[in-house]
Ligand binder design. Structure first.
Ligand code: HDD
Length: 704
């Protein structure tokens, strides 16, 4: 068939032709290079010069290519998300481990081994699209399953509780957290008056306040954090039986966070640290994996539990309702175009599938309105579900039509129902049995603006969370409160926060009050319910207790100089590879260094572009002359002092001592600093690194 006839026949079938997008290309610009065209498909002859009346004359209005190019550029931006503006997405696949037919009729959970395509977007909450990845902030953990029965969006966070109990407070929370409206700063941080003012006047936020002051808000990588659906949902089986469920994502890579001083510096060293990490890992074939876990419980448990399961400021400890692992998500494909996929993906909590249903959690109920509404603003019309990343992978039939950018209008004559056209001509019809139906829960009560009495305990779980942390993590929480409140200018707000902390844990309140040098300890805040003092600790709430058992997927920065010992370097490289870890060579110049045996090693980073914050552990393999040279270089001294201050494991050639001495850490070296005089010691170093950080050092380096 000639190209012309093919085009005509495609058009007669009502299909759209995308010349230059994999469809018909009428010409090439040489070899396989497609010719540049206007949006209308007209080949462009000159993209360097606008059309002018004379070489020095005015530009002509008839230059369609010029006008279209500028017009399109002028309209490139869409509104950024009002929250979670900064994010990063990837494609993946979910594999069901076992049938859950007894619990849910959701198709994706019926068959062991079933694979479901997925898209995931991780994000920070408060910062603008261009803010740094290492903001102290909750991370969004939004997941989409493209199931055979439509898209199921589980739009969660990396923290299992939330700030507020009722969606009506969401605009206040977000206004308070984001930049203050008069001055337009601070960007991407909660360390300011408005945020802590709101929190101190919102006792229900206290559990979340403890979580956000923990290291959960400074994850080392998206790959090393948990995800949570937060709310209680329902699962409904084929018999119509309902089971309550809370969703958890458990990273196979184990949990890991950075330390605060490191986060502050990372934001400068590499504001894209998290997105780059995900991109690099997937491109390297080291696909991150999370297992999906369910906490399943019935009405009886819900009634007997100390807290209301509809209250999103509460968890159900895993010790009370163990997690059943039911499948695994693997992220194995980066996006091909950031805007088209990551920016235009439009998650909606309202996207559920038959067999999964909402609970009456007032936060979830409000979200179901907000997500649909916000996409209209962001994507400009009601047809955002036609964008490939949003389009279900199953057939879609409805009588919804037209609107901006419609790509999928109903075919044929019938665009309404009931109609009497019959059969295929009549278009789609409902499926009363197979279609989604809401769980027929009995509801009664007075119409009123109320908060249930069962939501009134605001401190007990905050205390439980705090006491479940290791001592190191408790110190980090105390330090984080002191840091944030030190940025709050209004004394009364500082003091009001401490007043709440007294209801959580007196020691924590004292630590924070002392850290702020409060002149007077405030009275404890008035509590609607007294704190339950003896809730059982839960090890699962700690990051350090849930770390990995290997150094796989982590990265070592190796600082080298000319004359680096080849055997040492090769030994270390081999040990890193055997562990499945990654490495980068950092050198005085990015071209590389000569090695002791006359060879040459290329570097990935020049020393000032590769500070030690970028790595989970470091090695300093320098020659005698190299150490002398680097001990005069501020960035090399920073490399070792920062690694030391951030409690990282450090391997070093004996010659590095000159650099350590000049950097001021020579006399403080501890068991976390491992001298490597032969390649054999590399394995022992990597084995140490599995602990991720040498925490005992922290009491030496963080004393104020
Ligand atoms: Fe939300 C985005 C998570 C409460 C209103 N939210 C958004 C995203 C995540 C969450 C991960 C980013 C999605 C993406 O990557 O595109 N939000 C949560 C969680 C909440 C929560 C876990 C509490 C449990 N959110 C919440 C409430 C409301 C919203 C109570 C409003 C009543 N959230 C939105 C929104 C956003 C959003 C305004 C902005 C962009 C978007 O929806 O797509 O509709």
């Amino acid at each position: 068939m000639s190209k012309k006839t093919k085009a005509a026949s495609a058009q007669s079938r009502g299909e759209t032709l995308h010349a230059g997008n994999g469809g018909e290309i009428h010409q090439t610009a040489g070899g396989d290079v497609p010719v540049m065209t206007t949006q209308g498909g007209m080949p462009v002859s000159d993209d360097q010069n606008s059309l002018k009346a004379g070489a020095r004359g005015p530009t002509l209005l008839e230059d369609q290519h010029f006008r279209e190019k500028i017009f399109h550029f002028d309209h490139e931006r869409i509104p950024e998300r009002v929250v979670h503006a900064r994010g990063y997405g990837a494609h993946g696949v979910f594999e069901t481990y076992e049938t859950l037919a007894d619990i849910t009729k959701a198709d994706l959970f019926q068959r062991a081994g079933e694979k479901t395509e997925m898209f995931v977007r991780f994000s920070t909450v408060a910062g603008n699209k261009g803010s740094g990845d290492l903001a102290r902030d909750v991370r969004g953990f939004a997941t989409r399953f493209y199931t055979k029965e439509g898209n199921w969006d589980l739009v969660g966070n990396n923290i299992p509780v939330f700030f507020i109990q009722d969606a009506i407070k969401f605009p206040d929370l977000i206004h308070a957290a984001k930049a203050e409206p008069d001055r337009g700063f601070p960007q991407a941080q909660t360390a300011h008056d408005n945020f802590w003012d709101f929190i101190s006047l919102t006792p229900e936020a206290m559990n979340m306040a403890l979580w956000i002051m923990s290291d959960r808000t400074i994850p080392r990588s998206f790959r090393f954090m948990e995800g949570f659906g937060v709310h209680t949902f329902r699962m409904i089986n084929a018999e119509g039986k309902s089971t309550f469920v809370k969703f958890h994502w458990k990273p196979k890579q184990g949990l890991q966070s950075v330390v605060w001083n490191e986060a502050l510096k990372l934001n400068g060293a590499d504001p894209d640290f998290h997105r780059r990490d995900l991109w690099d890992a997937i491109k390297a074939g080291d696909y991150p994996e999370w297992e999906l876990g369910l906490q399943l419980f019935d009405e009886k448990f819900a009634e007997e539990f100390e807290f209301d399961v509809l209250d999103a400021t509460k968890i159900i400890p895993e010790e009370q309702v163990p997690i059943r692992i039911v499948g695994k998500m693997t992220l194995d494909r980066c996006v091909e175009n950031f805007f088209q996929e990551t920016e235009q993906v439009a998650f909606q909590t309202g996207n559920v599938v038959p067999g999964i249903d909402f609970s009456n959690d007032p936060l979830l109920q409000g979200r179901n309105f907000s997500y649909l509404d916000t996409q209209l603003k962001r994507l400009g019309g009601p047809n955002f579900t036609h964008i490939p990343v949003n389009a279900p992978r199953c057939p879609v039939h409805s009588f919804q039509q037209d609107g901006h950018m419609s790509m999928r209008n109903p075919r044929g004559r019938a665009n309404y129902e009931p109609n009497s056209w019959g059969g295929e001509k009549g278009g789609p019809r409902e499926a009363p049995e197979a279609g989604f139906s809401s769980y027929p829960e009995e509801i009664s009560g007075q119409k009123a603006r109320v908060r249930s009495e069962t939501f009134a305990d605001h401190y007990s779980q905050a205390r439980q969370f705090y006491l479940s942390q290791t001592e190191t993590e408790q110190t980090h929480i105390g330090n984080a409160f002191v840091f944030e409140l030190s940025k709050v200018e209004t004394m009364a707000i500082r003091s009001n926060v401490v007043a709440h902390l007294r209801n959580v844990d007196e020691d924590l309140a004292k630590t924070v009050a002392d850290g702020l040098r409060l002149q007077e300890m405030p009275a404890a805040a008035k509590a609607a319910r007294p704190t339950i003092m003896d809730l059982a600790k839960s090890d699962k709430l700690s990051i350090i207790l849930n770390g990995p058992d290997s150094f796989k997927g982590r990265k070592i920065g190796i600082l080298v100089s000319d004359g680096v010992d080849t055997a040492l370097l090769d030994g270390l490289k081999a040990a890193i590879a055997a562990e499945g870890a990654m490495m980068e060579i950092v050198a005085p110049m990015v071209g590389g260094v000569t090695t002791s045996d006359g060879g040459f090693v290329e570097a990935k980073q020049k020393i000032d572009g590769g500070p030690s914050m970028l790595y989970d552990a470091v090695a300093v393999l320098v020659s005698k002359d190299g150490a002398t040279l680097l001990s005069k270089e501020a960035t090399a001294k920073d490399f070792v002092t920062d690694a030391f201050a951030h409690c990282k494991f450090i391997a070093y050639s004996p010659e590095a001592m000159t650099l350590f001495e000049k950097a001021g850490i020579k006399d403080d070296l501890d068991e976390g600093c491992i001298s490597m005089s032969s390649a054999k010691e590399a394995k022992a170093f990597i084995a140490q690194c599995r602990k991720l950080r040498h925490w005992p050092r922290e009491t030496m380096v963080d004393v104020v």
